[in-house]
Design a protein around this ligand. Sequence first.
Ligand SMILES: [Zn+2]
Length: 186
Amino acid sequence: MESSSSPSGARSSSHGGPPGYSPNPSPIPYREQPLAYEPSEDCPCHKKAARWISWSNGNPGRRYLTCQRSRVGGCRWWRWIDDPTTPFLRQLLVDLRDAVNNLRRENTQLRGVNADLEMGIEDRSTQNNALRDALRKMKEQNQALEEKLGQTEGPLNVKNNGHQKRMLFSVVLIVMIVCLVSKLAA
Ligand SMILES: [Zn+2]
């Protein structure tokens, strides 16, 4: 059994942490569930061992078997299934792992930004509706005032016309009187 390096890169010999635990989550979903393999292999607890994929820097993409209850009080047994890969493929897998996990993080951040923007749009939309309502009310008030003004202007115009007619009549009357007086005097 080769156990010189941990499958996860995060296994601590001091507390015997679960080999499956890794600060680097799997960048891809498992094609097969950890217990869906044959032939079955048991750990010292006489339970079928779980098959995981390591995503550590040292052994990315390398499968290993470990106690299926290793995280919850099972045994510490584990072993590699695959042989170590080439340094080139190891680095390639680590780079791909990091690229996927970075994109995931960015995606999560962008979703947060997007949610904030959507809330902002909703707020603006509410404000916009309130402004539209206020504008509509002002237009209605304006129209009502214009109608009132129209009603007031009518009588004023009629009054003005009457006044002008009376003035004209008086002037004509005065002129006629003056003419009559001057004729009589002549
Ligand atoms: Zn076990």
